[in-house]
Write a protein of this length. Structure first.
Length: 142
């Protein structure tokens, strides 16, 4: 039995966490590492884990919302926050967009299958969609 299979046999939460770190986390960090230079040209992270566009970067509302979800994965990797999902209210506050605009953008992003609802009023950008999301934001830069 391989080492990772041995760890899976354990019944504690710590055994599960260790197995996940060993067998699943490298893909996330590899993906974030591969896309980091592109993401850094578009967005910046605040100390609280919230996201803002880089100075001089102008984005339409939809892509501004999408960039917040992209940046959230980097904020988690940096240890600035622990949850890659974002509450709708938080988007309005950090991006200074009206509630109606946030709602419209979220619907468009869900319909495009870029983000997914986690709970009522909270969404996440699944990691497999990160590159496609970044491409859309890059195309919309002005």
């Amino acid at each position: 039995m391989a080492e990772s299979e041995t760890r899976l046999v354990g019944n504690t939460d710590e055994d599960l966490r260790e197995w996940i770190r060993t067998n699943m986390v490298s893909e996330r960090s590899t993906l974030l590492r591969d896309l980091r230079e592109r993401a850094a040209k578009i967005l910046s992270l605040n100390d609280d884990g919230s996201i803002r566009p880089r100075p001089g970067v102008q984005l339409p509302a939809r892509e501004l919302v999408l960039s917040a979800y992209i940046g959230r994965h980097y904020a988690v990797a940096a240890g600035l926050t622990t949850d890659p999902s974002i509450e709708n209210k938080e988007l309005g506050t950090t991006l200074s967009l009206p509630k109606g605009t946030i709602g419209r953008c979220l619907k468009e992003l869900r319909d495009a299958r870029l983000i997914q609802a986690v709970t009522e009023g909270r969404h996440i950008l699944p990691l497999p969609n990160l590159d496609r999301a970044l491409q859309q934001v890059e195309r919309s830069r002005t």
